[in-house]
Write a protein that binds this ligand. Structure first.
Ligand SMILES: [Zn+2]
Length: 240
């Protein structure tokens, strides 16, 4: 699996999948770093996948479309009024075949009402945007706790070895919150230690391994919506 992750802005990631015939970029916050990378590998962009409408996920689409006019832009049909022009409009349950990859589209409201994720069960990868983060989840800008709780529960149907390509490097800060929430949880403590050391070595904590999230993510450990809501509220005001 040829995946490349480009760190951009203060803490965003742009993920790029590439093989001989297919080059997919997910949530291009900016065009220049993607364009430079593709040039350096002599690759032609074929697809842009968008998870939601925030600027730090779509900012690079215009520039990339100018350079790669035939690139297919994929996004949520119900949100097309606030996304860049889409050439493939998708809804929950759609299956997208791109080259040798097959993705399911999941509508996951909570962070925004039009947030989607792209899931490839065969390849064990998930592009989760701002829904699931390392030991955390996206802020509820538009949806209710029930929306986000239900969205997160869907990940429990996936194999624990699924690699989750989320779009922000928040893992250590989330982990510092998680150890306070679950002070006797050895898995969380061990993971935080490991992630701190990764970051000290300039390594990314993304992709996440879903099985680790099952064990250490406070929002997946929450037993019901009410507990989820309380944890989310404490996280909103958490500082070190
Ligand atoms: Zn966002």
């Amino acid at each position: 699996m040829n995946m490349t992750t480009l760190p951009v802005l203060s803490d965003n990631y742009i993920h790029i999948y590439h093989d001989r015939s297919t080059v997919i970029v997910v949530d291009p916050a900016e065009s220049a770093p993607v364009s430079e990378f593709l040039k350096s590998k002599n690759l032609q962009l074929t697809h842009i996948m968008l998870t939601h409408h925030h600027d730090d996920h779509i900012g690079g689409v215009k520039g990339l479309k100018e350079e790669f006019k035939n690139a297919v832009v994929i996004g949520f049909k119900n949100d097309e009024h606030r996304l860049p022009p889409l050439t493939q409009k998708v809804v929950d349950g759609d299956v997208i075949n791109i080259g040798r990859l097959k993705f399911e589209v999941w509508h996951l409201p909570g962070h925004t009402m039009g947030h989607i994720a792209y899931i490839s069960r065969d390849s064990h990868i998930a592009f989760s945007g701002d829904v699931l983060f390392g030991m955390g989840c996206g802020r509820l800008f538009e949806g209710t706790p029930q929306d986000m709780y239900t969205s997160l529960q869907r990940f429990k149907s996936l194999s624990p070895n699924t690699k989750v390509y989320c779009t922000h490097e928040y893992t250590v800060f989330n982990g510092q919150f998680a150890v306070k929430e679950f002070p006797n949880n050895q898995d969380i403590e061990n993971r935080l230690r490991q992630e701190i050391s990764h970051r000290a070595d300039q390594k990314f904590t993304v992709p996440l391994v879903l099985g680790q999230e099952f064990l250490t993510n406070p929002f997946l450990l929450a037993r019901d919506v009410e507990e989820f809501r309380e944890i989310r509220e404490r996280r909103n005001t958490f500082s070190i």
